[in-house]
Design a binder for this molecule. Structure first.
Ligand code: ATP
Length: 246
């Protein structure tokens, strides 16, 4: 049954590394079918927040819920099985396996498990979605950089995630690839996927996000539409580099 409850919610999420508070009392909700941009200057805590959501790191305190069910104390594998899938800043593929086998692994081990012929059909469908079905039998080592990113995206999509976490998926692309990459994420958005996007490319934020949360020194300093937050004086100040004054 559908409800208006958020798919993902963070309440007071906090992560300390010794004396450093990398994520400080963070609250936000992500609604179903929403693309939420998590932005902020370098070192503001975005990747750590994704690590808390995906279970790569346990929070020091605070709650994280997936469709109202607490997940903050679960191991990463369990959170993935519940439907939170992520890409990494450095693409992680199995280099000795074909493109198709990498994507099939996502279908077999992910949130909604598929086996045998069904897993293969689904993997091929995901490869088509990211524009790589013609390279299904290539080895990942033969691919261009953007194509390795496409494989990684197809692999996480193959698990039918409830929430997709994209950690700077567009980083390192040249201008032509960037246009293709933005168009691809827009297609996912148009398919109604729920996405949290950590991104430095502001054109992507402007054109893809329904809402943004802006972090600085671990804390949320603004929340709203991309236009609202990007014209907020505090956000502009944080990006200009004096975010460590507080
Ligand atoms: N495992 C860790 N141990 C200690 N400190 C850490 C660890 N991971 C992150 N930090 C620190 O936490 C702070 C937030 O880092 P984080 O990588 O989350 O920021 P970010 O916003 O993702 O930055 P970037 O945009 O550069 O990727 C930084 O000061 C960083 O040095």
């Amino acid at each position: 049954m559908r409800t208006d409850a958020p798919v993902l919610s963070l309440r007071g999420a906090t992560k300390r590394f010794g004396g450093l508070v990398a994520v400080n009392d963070l609250d936000f909700d992500v609604a179903e079918h929403e693309v939420m941009g998590l932005i902020g200057p370098n070192g503001s805590g975005k990747s750590t927040t994704l690590n808390l959501i995906s279970g790569a790191l346990p929070p020091t305190s605070g709650g994280i819920a997936l469709r109202g069910t607490p997940i903050e104390n679960l191991p990463a594998q369990e959170i993935a099985r519940k439907g939170v899938a992520r890409t990494f800043q450095l693409v992680r593929l199995l280099p000795s396996m074909s493109v198709l086998d990498n994507v099939r692994a996502g279908a077999v081990f992910g949130h909604r498990r598929r086996w045998g012929a069904e897993a293969e059909t689904h993997a091929l469908r995901m490869l088509k979605l990211v524009g790589l079905d013609r390279r299904a039998h290539a080895h990942t080592g033969e691919l261009t950089y953007i194509d390795t990113k496409r494989v990684e995206l197809a692999r996480v999509l193959a698990s039918d995630p409830e929430v997709l976490l994209l950690d700077e998926w567009l980083a390192g692309l040249n201008p032509t690839e960037l246009e293709e990459g933005i168009a691809l994420i827009r297609r996912l958005r148009d398919d109604g996927r729920t996405i949290v996007l950590v991104e430095h490319v502001m054109d992507a934020i402007r054109s893809l996000c329904d809402a943004c949360v802006v972090m600085s020194s671990g804390a949320k300093i603004a929340e709203g539409t991309p236009d609202e937050v990007l014209s907020d004086p505090e956000v502009i100040r944080a990006y200009l580099g004096d975010d460590d004054d507080a």
